[in-house]
Structures are given as structure tokens and as C-alpha cells.
Design a protein around this ligand. Structure first.
Ligand code: NAD
Length: 314
């Protein structure tokens, strides 16, 4: 018999790739997404047509709606989020309502409907905050500097207490910067579009020295799969990223090289951060995940090449 799982944020970048895998594995996927992230059901259409998924355009801030879903399921992948750090600083209350209260609602849904397993999309790029150790292990103190980072950290704390009080099994994946086809955000997307408009000049947010680690979508989905299959008991967290961090200016170099553009003049805003709330150094330690046998397969260069190829066709 087909097993049902629920995916929130399933119309987004990571969620839609995850659903492709779950459908491939024979799951029937119940998708909840309110399409507020400038997303659509485009990547779901085939699964909906083939009756391998069903879609509810519901807002995770509305617990009553979540409780009204008439289907049975025993696992949730919670990816729905307001995922823009800048916006979280400009509209903290909105971010709180989606990312903190929204996650709280998912936990309430589990408690009230007796749902056992949760895989949560946390954030390895924001929860540790500035001046984190390099690389930063999971047990490093959480000192977020953005509202988004606080919401992701707070959400994990609720996961921990719900797991302990109500016996739920929850794993949080603290994701680094994820990139690849279907992503319409992030530094590579930004550089690609700026260079398409003007190949002779590239405005870089920050001083170019911000250093972060990036992980290709396929390797990210492998980690989701591995950690779901692991059947964590209780509550646990894993950093999910690449082991190597790279400077933003080096990303610019890689993008221009792959696009075959020469003599680009870089200009910087000369701030340490790209924007308010931006963490200028992100390098989560992935030793714990690697000990399970996970290893990224796609190099940064190859990944950027495949992503730019996809962008050029959209
Ligand atoms: N992409 C990254 O680099 C990255 C890094 C760290 C963490 N994450 C986390 O991973 C998850 C997925 O990220 P993504 O890049 O695919 O984001 P995304 O913005 O592409 O997808 C998020 C989806 O959630 C939906 N959504 C937003 N608010 C909602 C609400 N109130 N109710 C129902 N649906 C709602 C959006 O419509 C969108 O389809 C998010 O939780 C994000 O915070 C992503």
C-alpha cells in the first residue's frame, strides 16, 4: 500500500525536488503551500495528474485548516517558510507568524493528530550568528543576528520540547546555502541576472569577503533522504552543507568564467555584510552527517555550471 507523507512548502525550490524523490520512492505526497513565496504548482503538475500527490493551498499559520486535511499520514517534511533574511529584518512580526508560529502549528498538528515523524528545514547559515567557530559544529551556541535566524532557532527549541513531552521523533536539517535548478534567489542567481543585463559591470553586495558554504540541490535531497530513513528517535540536529566555504568574490569569478565573460568591473558596497542580518561567515561543520556515510557528489564548479545552464533555459 502507498504510504502518505505531508510536505509543507512543497511548491518551493527545495520542497519540489524533495517531492520528486518521495514520489519516485512510492510515497503519496500531500502538499501544503500557500504560494506566497512567488511559487506555483508548476513542478507538481505531473505528480498531481498521475495522482501521486494532492495539493492544499493552505497557510501554515492557520491550524484549523491544517487539522481539516482529511487524509492520514505519519510523517511531515516541514519546509514552508518566509525564507528571506532581509524581509525578516524589515517585517519581524510577519516572519515570526510564519516561521515560529507556523512551525508551532505543525507541532500542534502532530500532537493533535498523533503524527510521529517530522523532518524540519532549519538553517545552518543563520542560527549560529556571527563569529561562530570555523567550521561550526551542531553543539555550538546559537546566537542568531537576524529575525529569520531567531525564528529557525526558536522553531528547533519547540521541536525539542514537543519531542520530549509528546514523544515525537524530529530531525532538523540545518541547511547552508542551497543552490541549483528551480532556485530564484541567492548570490548566483543575482550575479547571473546582473551580468545578463550588463556583462561589463557587477555590483556585489558587501565587501566581497563574506565567506559561505554552498550545497547543490541533489546533495541536499540526498541528506533529506538519508536523515528521514535514519528514523531518528527523539530530537536531533544535523548541519547540511558543503565542508568548504568560499568568498563571494570567488563566486563572482567562477560565474563570470563559466559564462565566458571577460574584464568585468566589480563594485562593492564595502560593508562587511551584504544586507542587514546577513552573516558574513558561514561554514557549518558536516562531520556528524558524513559519519552516516553522506558525502556531497557535486563540486561547486560543476554545480554552478549546471545551475547557470538551467537559468539560461528559463
Ligand atoms: N534555500 C536555501 O538556501 C535554504 C537555506 C537554509 C534553510 N532553508 C529552508 O528550507 C526551506 C525551503 O527553502 P526554499 O529555498 O525551498 O524556499 P522557497 O521560498 O523556495 O519555498 C518555500 C515555500 O513555502 C511556501 N510558504 C511560505 N509561507 C507559507 C505559509 N505561511 N503557508 C504555506 N506555505 C508557505 C512558499 O509559497 C514557498 O513555496 C525553508 O524552510 C527555508 O527557510 C533554505
Amino acid at each position: 500500500m502507498e504510504k502518505n507523507v505531508l510536505v509543507t512548502g512543497g511548491c518551493g525550490f527545495i520542497g519540489s525536488h524533495l517531492i520528486d524523490l518521495l514520489v519516485d520512492q512510492g510515497f503519496f505526497v500531500i502538499v501544503v503551500d500557500n504560494l506566497s513565496g512567488n511559487t506555483s504548482t508548476k513542478f507538481l503538475e505531473q505528480h498531481l495528474e498521475e495522482k501521486k500527490a494532492t495539493f492544499y493551498q493552505y497557510d501554515i499559520r492557520n491550524l484549523e485548516l491544517l487539522l481539516s486535511i482529511p487524509l492520514e499520514f505519519d510523517s511531515i517534511f516541514h519546509l514552508a517558510a518566509q525564507s528571506d533574511v532581509k524581509k525578516s529584518v524589515e517585517e519581524p512580526e510577519f516572519d515570526f507568524s510564519v516561521n515560529t508560529v507556523g512551525t508551532f502549528n505543525i507541532l500542534e498538528l502532530m500532537r493533535k493528530k498523533d503524527i510521529q515523524n517530522l523532518v524540519f528545514a532549519g538553517s545552518g547559515g543563520t542560527v549560529y550568528g556571527e563569529l561562530a567557530a570555523s567550521p561550526t559544529p551542531e553543539d555550538y551556541p546559537l546566537k542568531p543576528i537576524s529575525i529569520y535566524g531567531s525564528a529557525k532557532a526558536a522553531a528547533e527549541m519547540y521541536c525539542s520540547s514537543y519531542s520530549s513531552l509528546y514523544g515525537l521523533d524530529i530531525v532538523s536539517l540545518r541547511l547552508g546555502n542551497i543552490y541549483g535548478p528551480r532556485s530564484k534567489r541567492g548570490v548566483m542567481y543575482d550575479f547571473y541576472n546582473k551580468l545578463k543585463t550588463n556583462p561589463s559591470k557587477l555590483d556585489i553586495l558587501g565587501d566581497g569577503n563574506q565567506t559561505k558554504s554552498y550545497l547543490y540541490i541533489e546533495d541536499t535531497i540526498d541528506a533529506f533522504n538519508m536523515l528521514y530513513q535514519l528514523n531518528t528517535r527523539g530530537f536531533d540536529v544535523y548541519n547540511v552543507s558543503s565542508a568548504k566555504a568560499i568568498k563571494v568574490v570567488d563566486i563572482a569569478e567562477t560565474v563570470t568564467k563559466i559564462l565566458g565573460i571577460k574584464n568585468v568591473k566589480y563594485s562593492f558596497t564595502n560593508e562587511k555584510r551584504g544586507w542587514e542580518g546577513d552573516v558574513s561567515f558561514v561554514s557549518p561543520d558536516v562531520t556528524k552527517l558524513k559519519q552516516l556515510g553522506w558525502a556531497p557528489k557535486i563540486s561547486l564548479n560543476k554545480g554552478i555550471e549546471m545551475y547557470l545552464e538551467w537559468l539560461s533555459q528559463t
